[in-house]
Design a protein around this ligand. Structure first.
Ligand code: CTP
Ligand code: MG
Length: 228
């Protein structure tokens, strides 16, 4: 299975002056943990890390340091996550039929979750890892700040990555998204908007996206527990 790792962000919300994926977590740069989970999965054979070229020297050191230089390829990314994934799709080998996409910032992903998604992707065109929402969600009118609705929580799932797709179909969706100026926050949303079915694969409660300093502290705690 082919894996693309969007890693071309900056880490604005974490307050870092460099890519948050280079910040240390439990003794290693954040992205090293993401890569090591992929290395330990049975299914992933080829990895494209989509990054800003300025970060490539650091990424190369990390990739060499964890013995992954044979399977990891660096691909220049874009200004948004959406643009970076599109760059990644164009950097895949022509023979790639299916691809998993997994945010570099979700460094607590397990090899088992990669394998579950890879296996399920053999039987459907698109899927995402997701978990049931725990909070009650409110829809709020932005100017008045008044609640306009409360969707039934039983039907709400929080989207995670990995997300998996047929490469040709996803590439067409990204092209259409770019042509029509759609702005999406995950790849499934493009796939859905183009009319393709997307399936849910049970994700993991611990598979959080490191976005804030609090997330970084939680990630450090969980990695420490796992090492015991
Ligand atoms: N990403 C990317 N290309 C971009 C922006 C983001 O590949 N132009 C990647 C990030 O590196 C991350 C994932 O997409 O692995 C999810 O993005 P996010 O958590 O928003 O990371 P940042 O954009 O770095 O953080 P922030 O939005 O706080 O600046
Ligand atoms: Mg971002």
């Amino acid at each position: 299975m082919y894996l693309l790792i969007p890693a071309a962000g900056s880490g604005r919300r974490i307050g870092s002056d460099r890519n948050k994926l280079l910040l240390p977590v439990f003794g290693k740069p954040l992205i090293a943990w993401t890569l090591l989970a992929a290395k330990l999965s049975r299914s992933i054979r080829w990895i494209g890390v989509v990054g800003q070229p300025d970060d490539f020297p650091d990424f190369k050191d990390i990739i060499n340091g964890i013995g992954m230089s044979k399977m990891v390829h660096l691909i220049p990314g874009g200004d948004t996550r959406q643009a970076s994934v599109f760059c990644g799709l164009q950097g895949l080998p022509a023979v790639a039929e299916r691809v998993l996409i997994h945010d570099g910032a979700r460094c607590l992903v397990t090899p088992a979750l990669f394998d579950r998604c890879a296996e399920e992707l053999l039987t459907c065109p698109g899927l995402i890892a997701a978990v049931p929402v725990k909070d009650t969600i409110k829809i709020v009118q932005p100017t008045s700040q008044m609640i306009t609705g409360t969707p039934d929580r039983g039907n709400l799932w929080a989207a995670q990555t990995p997300q998996g797709f047929q490469v040709e179909a996803l590439t067409r969706c990204h092209q259409e998204g770019e042509d029509k100026g759609w702005q999406v926050t995950d790849d499934a949303m493009l796939f859905e908007q183009c009319g393709f079915p997307v399936k849910i694969v049970p994700g993991e409660e611990t598979n959080l996206k490191v976005t804030t300093i609090m997330d970084l502290a939680i990630a450090e705690f969980i990695l420490r527990q796992r090492a015991k």
